[in-house]
Design a protein around this ligand. Structure first.
Ligand SMILES: Nc1ncnc2c1ncn2[C@@H]1O[C@H](COP(=O)(O)OP(=O)(O)OP(=O)(O)O)[C@@H](O)[C@H]1O
Ligand SMILES: [Mg+2]
Length: 255
């Protein structure tokens, strides 16, 4: 077992509040006393309207942004003392691929900060591309790939370090409905295989209902937890089926 997989991946957000400087220079409260627990190896959706602080919350969980109040615990350890940052991966809303690198070299990029030998970086990146079904496009440059393929490369890059926690900020929002549905299937297949904790942000209620074990609904200005809903429906989930449709309706009424 690698060091990354040895970590269970539970996250606790404890009383997190965040302020930014507003346009008028006055402090603007963006998050208010956010309290949540993410069970290890579960899939959690953070759902809310635009501007309610979803990305800020994900940035705080990832350690990119520091909250004024509250803290994050990863696997029971204060995030500031959690030194294995390789085990947390962040997939941004934009794919952020380097245009001058092939798919393979883009995936390898995620491993370049460490001391891993080049041959191992190469073989891990190949494996990761294979996992997302893109091994035959390893030598393609981003401009030669479709939007869905680029998303797959970005996903492969997020997975190559074998994270125990994958944070995703609306990663599929730019894709057409059909490609998005394919990516949902892929993600669930990979999650079942790798047993990661996934926290993803979305404003797409159907996406939350199809993917999540647990949905956290944020209310805006300042962002706070309005409701938490556990989803205990078998997968794959069909949004036209009665139970999922009813849940979708319930969640839509909350945001
Ligand atoms: N670095 C920053 N400085 C000042 N204000 C910020 C900063 N980052 C975010 N904000 C403000 O915080 C609020 C929440 O932003 P955030 O990006 O977290 O929202 P979001 O829920 O992710 O929205 P969207 O769905 O549109 O991506 C917004 O009002 C935004 O203007
Ligand atoms: Mg956002």
């Amino acid at each position: 077992m690698s060091a990354a997989t040895a970590i269970a991946g539970a996250i606790e957000v404890r009383g997190v509040s965040k302020w930014f400087a507003g346009n008028d220079g006055q402090p603007l409260q963006v998050l208010d006393n956010i309290q949540l627990e993410v069970a290890a190896q579960s899939v959690v959706a953070i759902l809310g309207a635009s501007g309610c602080g979803k990305s800020t919350l994900l940035n705080i969980i990832s350690g990119l942004v520091t909250p004024e109040r509250g803290d994050i615990r990863i696997n029971g350890v204060a995030a500031r003392d959690f030194d294995d940052w390789r085990s947390i991966s962040y997939m941004f809303q934009e794919d952020r691929l380097l245009p001058w690198r092939t798919a393979q070299r883009n995936v390898e990029f995620a491993l370049e900060a460490g001391s891993m030998p080049r041959s191992e970086r190469e073989s891990r990146a190949r494996e990761s591309l294979k996992l997302v079904g893109l091994d035959s496009f390893a030598d393609a440059f981003p401009y030669q790939l479709s939007g869905g393929m680029r998303s797959r490369v970005a996903l492969a890059r997020s997975l190559v370090q074998e994270p125990c926690i994958l944070l995703m900020d609306e990663p599929f929002s730019r894709l057409d409905a059909l490609t998005r549905a394919q990516m949902h299937e892929e993600l669930l297949r990979i999650q079942a295989l790798k047993q990661m904790t996934i926290v993803f942000v979305t404003h797409d209620v159907e996406e939350a209902v199809v993917l999540a074990d647990h949905v956290v609904v944020l209310a805006p200005r300042p962002g706070r937890v309005r409701e938490q809903v556990a989803i205990d429906l078998p997968r794959p989930r069909d949004t036209t089926e009665a139970a999922t449709a009813q849940l979708t309706h319930q969640l839509k009424s909350l945001i």
